[in-house]
Ligand binder design. Structure first.
Ligand code: MTE
Length: 323
């Protein structure tokens, strides 16, 4: 087993996540908390700046779509990010993603579908009623957050474009524009950042196209104007700033698989029993927990706690082999 990824890049191990980032976030959080004496919508019981346009969503009727766990403060969810197109530091996306232009924006739906097409983002947003879903997000690096997303089930779009019998997988392609994304000058990953799901995973009602969070439109650093959210898989499956959704017959390669095939498989289901090649996946640190880096880690749940809803998708599969 190779422990060093082929590109010479290593996803930071959990112990390398710097206290500096957390200390900074904490100061910002305290500042935000002081300013947040205004009324907040019920779901987002957390300070948020209210700088972006409102994007409310009705509570989702999808079973298990919303956890009642404490929602992560907006300041953490919007300043502690992975979006390598803007740099590999957790604070880079919040600092540099203002150069991302989210209008005009189109998402092209291609490949094995009866009704392919290019969707203007504003038309796409009206395709189905906006819902709010409070999902756990578990990063492969060993931290997690609880985020109220606004959007709707990807299945709403998939049904309308009518996949053919040859559509077995869905590939997600994200924006790669050097003029807007300083991180593209680095070769840590192959650009564009691509991800993939099996068609039945993509059709699962929990799989979401998200256009906003905390009742507002998506901040650029979180993947504006539209991103995927797949709550039972490690966060890297949730591609940000999508420009194409491609229906294909053969399993597509993903950026992380190409970068480090021994460390990242196609499925990437959250699984506390299958360790990453360089660290355990048994526990996680909830960002924003009192105590910061010293806070007690919590056990990671099978399929990130969504086993009742998604376990059946993997019945009979050896999850050590298909990691
Ligand atoms: N999408 C793109 N285009 N580029 C990225 O680098 N990082 C992924 C995922 N989507 C990434 C991406 C990773 S590793 C994680 S953990 C989540 O986005 C983080 O989402 P968040 O910043 O909204 O919490």
């Amino acid at each position: 087993m190779h422990l060093i990824p082929d590109r010479g890049f290593q996803h930071p191990v959990p112990s390398e996540i710097t206290p500096r980032d957390l200390a900074l976030n904490r100061r910002q959080w305290l500042a935000a908390a002081g300013a947040a004496a205004v009324a907040l919508p019920a779901a987002a019981q957390t300070p948020r700046p209210g700088k972006l346009a409102a994007l409310p969503g009705a509570p989702s009727a999808v079973p298990g779509a919303s956890t009642v766990e404490k929602i992560t403060a907006y300041v953490h969810a919007s300043t502690y990010n992975n979006f390598y197109e803007f740099g590999t530091d957790k604070s880079d996306p919040a600092r540099y993603a203002h150069t991302l232009k989210t209008r005009p924006w189109t998402v092209s739906v291609e490949g094995e579908v009866a009704r392919p097409g290019r969707f203007d983002i504003d038309a796409l947003m009206k395709l189905a009623p906006m819902e709010e879903r409070v999902y756990r997000l578990r990063c492969v690096e060993g931290w997690s957050m609880v985020i109220p997303w606004v959007g709707w089930s990807l299945a709403e779009l998939i049904r309308r474009v009518e996949p053919t019998g040859n559509a077995k997988f869905v590939q997600f392609v994200t924006l790669a524009d050097r003029a807007q994304m300083p991180g593209l000058s680095s070769s840590v990953l192959d650009w564009p950042y691509v991800e993939g799901l099996r068609l039945d995973e993509a059709m699962h009602p929990l799989t979401m196209l998200a256009f906003g969070m905390y009742g507002e439109v998506m901040p650029n650093q979180n993947g504006a104007p539209v991103r995927l959210v797949v709550p039972w898989k490690y966060g890297f499956k949730s591609g940000k700033s999508l420009v194409a959704i491609r229906f294909v017959q053969a399993r597509p390669k993903t950026s992380w698989e190409v970068a480090a095939p021994h460390e990242y498989g196609f499925y990437s289901n959250v699984n506390p029993r299958v360790d990453h090649a360089r660290w355990s996946q048994a526990t996680e640190r909830r960002i924003g927990d009192d105590g910061g880096l010293l806070a007690r880690r919590r056990p990671t749940l099978m399929f990130n706690g969504y086993e009742p809803q998604v376990g059946q998708l993997y019945a009979g599969m050896d999850l050590r082999k298909f990691f």
